[in-house]
Design a protein around this ligand. Structure first.
Ligand code: NDP
Length: 247
């Protein structure tokens, strides 16, 4: 029996990496998927892969930090799909730099995408979740939001903020049958980490007890658990998936 049979999932940042893996994992478990990324081309490609798994897919280009675009997209999705059962706030970016040299723009862009984006998209679907008295919200945070990282004060603040956001939403919506949880991935092989210099990669590996970087599928497996019936009684939690890096 498929774990997400006939459910409808919205995944932001579904065009590549972790979001793509989540979209495909959910489709393989019977969900229809709304694929959102910045570029239509990337959303389209993943939607084609979802359809190849026998599920319905929608492909949208939406900047999650833009309130009007998010509201319009949510209205369109709810009109066409009729309901949404699972929301994964995965869209995220980095603009790294040391505090002393970080521009206001790099701070704002990261906060707007990683934190405000999750707020806007969650808010846009909350009325529907409340009305149907069910829903699963899954926010992709990061271990960097738990322990910080030199050169990433903007990213760490956005990902730590996402944890507080998740816990507050979990408390607000629990009585209506809606859960909200976060996943804190460690270092995962995607475009985001492809540019890591060799020395930094070697130093990182020394801090990971399981001795390797994670794969996007590792995060997709955790997201599937939080979306599945098995996590019915789990809310407000942060599930760390990092090879043991933070414990
Ligand atoms: P990628 O850079 O591979 O992909 C990011 C995705 O987010 C892309 O599809 C991109 O769209 C989309 N996106 C970026 N900005 C926006 C925006 N403003 N509006 C809509 N979509 C947007 O990232 P990863 O797969 O590596 O990361 C996914 C999430 O996981 C992020 O939140 C990241 O912070 C988090 N994470 C990643 C870790 C890692 O090691 N990789 C570790 C911990 C957390 P497009 O395809 O159109 O460019």
């Amino acid at each position: 029996m498929s774990q997400l049979a006939n459910q409808i999932a919205v995944v932001t940042g579904a065009g590549r990496g972790i979001g793509r893996a989540i979209a495909l994992k959910f489709a393989a478990e019977g969900a229809d998927v709304v694929c959102i990324s910045r570029t239509q081309e990337n959303s389209d490609k993943v939607a084609v892969e979802v359809r190849a798994l026998g599920r319905r897919a929608w492909a949208l280009a939406v900047d999650v930090s833009d309130s009007l675009s998010v509201t319009a997209a949510a209205e369109k999705i709810l009109a066409e799909a009729g309901r949404v059962d699972i929301l994964v706030n995965n869209a995220g970016i980095t603009r790294d730099g040391l505090l002393m040299r970080m521009s206001d723009a790099d701070w704002d862009t990261v906060m707007d995408t990683n934190l405000k984006g999750a707020f806007l998209v969650t808010k846009a679907f909350t009325r529907a979740f409340l009305k149907q008295r069910s829903g699963r919200i899954i926010n992709i945070s990061s271990v960097i939001g738990l322990i910080g990282n030199p050169g990433q004060c903007n990213y760490a603040a956005s990902k730590a903020g996402l944890i507080g956001f998740t816990q507050s939403v979990a408390r607000e919506l629990a009585s209506r049958g809606v859960t909200a949880n976060a996943i804190a991935p460690g270092f995962i092989e995607t475009d985001m980490t492809a540019e890591l210099k060799e020395e930094l990669r070697a130093a990182l590996l020394k801090q990971i007890p399981l001795g390797c970087l994670g794969k996007a599928e590792d995060i997709a497996g955790a997201a599937l658990y939080l979306a599945s019936p098995a996590a019915r009684y789990v809310t407000g939690q942060v599930l760390t998936v990092d090879g043991g890096m933070v414990m």
